[in-house]
Design a protein around this ligand. Sequence first.
Ligand code: NAD
Length: 499
Amino acid sequence: MQELTHYINGEHVKGTSGRFSDVFNPATGEVQAKCPLASKEELDAAVEIAAAAQPAWEAVNPQRRARVMMKFVDLLNRDMDKLAEALSREHGKTFPDAKGDVQRGLEVVEYCIGAPQMLKGEFTDSAGPGIDMYSMRQALGVTAGITPFNFPAMIPMWMFAPAIACGNAFILKPSERDPSVPLMLAELMEEAGLPKGILQVVNGDKESVDAILYNDTIQSVGFVGSTPIAEYIYGTGCAQGKRVQCFGGAKNHMIIMPDADLDQAADALIGAGYGAAGERCMAISVAVPVGKDTADKLIEKLIPRVETLKVGPYTAGDDVDYGPVVTGAAKANIERLVQTGVDQGADLVVDGRNFSLQGYEDGFFVGPSLFDNVTTDMDIYKQEIFGPVLSTVRAETYEEALSYAMDHEYGNGTAIYTRDGDTARDFANRINIGMIGINVPIPVPLAYHTFGGWKKSAFGDLNQHGPDAFKFYTRTKTITSRWPSGIRQGGEFNFKPMD
Ligand code: NAD
């Protein structure tokens, strides 16, 4: 049994709390490693190391800091297969999907190579007689991030790359379900030239999260995960005077208009609904066909596609559409929710429960389920299932379809399939959701734009990556400067406009 470590001050360090959690191989159901769960003392000790190392790193000029990011990109590409393999082994996602996880993080690292440009301040020459005014963006100091299991490479990189490019030290508390890739990323950052203590990985659970929230040295906290925890971290972190951004759960609707190409829409729903076993915050979990004819035809097209999805371990290569879910508890919860859908009157047209794969009977595999005639009062509609389950809610009109997406408490992503530009434009304008796809099922913005939802899907006022990340990980200082050659006048007692 492998005992995983923390990564502190450039070393793999064993946990000392005596507490561990199991890391499974979701394909076999076996426990493959033990993840140490840090105590408050272990977290605080890492923060002290970070605080000691950070001023020297902030003093390194931004171009040199960017060169570490450049080298890190090379190393990510060099080790892409190794990282993706470790990721699939703990998470369960397919090998190509695991590479995508690394790739979408790598792209944010590439964006951070532009740190010197992003960190340039503003300058006003002669804001008054002999007066210049300028602002600069300075690092916060020690920052921290708490990340979910479903993107163990991408989301840590979305946080630590901009934080570190801005001159901060970063404490990463990854998901205890798949901590190996975050540890590998920290090693690679050091190989790329990052000084010790600037990126440290402290594994843990609620105890280490609380230690982050109540540590006075930590200036900012980024969180991605489920909404109840996001609300807790946002409230607690803000009350402790920290800068906090938290990204939560989702229930993403895709509206299918009567004029849409239904084969395209059905293919899009299959990829977006069942890819990564539905364990994506940008997965489509609700299909909203408009009109009875659209709904009937769509269901007819979806059923054979859902029934022929190939579910299996990542080791089966390209022959697999999606893998197991992350834990036995996740599998049980998904199957429980499917049963509530049946009990509450939805039509389960494809039942993915009781799925078994020869040779992998103990793996956490869940077959794909498809519901029709789901209504908004059902648990399968209200709750995030985070599994391979697609619910169909039928709407009579476009306005009714729009209202479903707008009235749902989550607001991460949404999509519309139509051939009518006017409808698409109206949809993009009126919808109260953060990321919109027009004939694009999973509209994840690229690294140089920003990522974030609305409503209960995000807390805080800045998004992840893109220009917002450079704002989140720095604070502005504005200097008004005058160099008079002698004392020309007495004290001024009133605010007055610049002459
Ligand atoms: P989770 O909320 O269970 O865990 C996220 C992190 O919080 C982990 O590091 C975990 O150790 C920690 N945590 C768990 N319980 C805690 C507690 N009681 N107190 C303090 N910390 C705690 O989420 P998950 O299951 O790892 O990830 C799936 C969730 O993340 C889904 O809801 C998904 O929609 C969401 N997600 C959102 C986005 C987004 O950008 N909006 C992206 C990816 C995932």
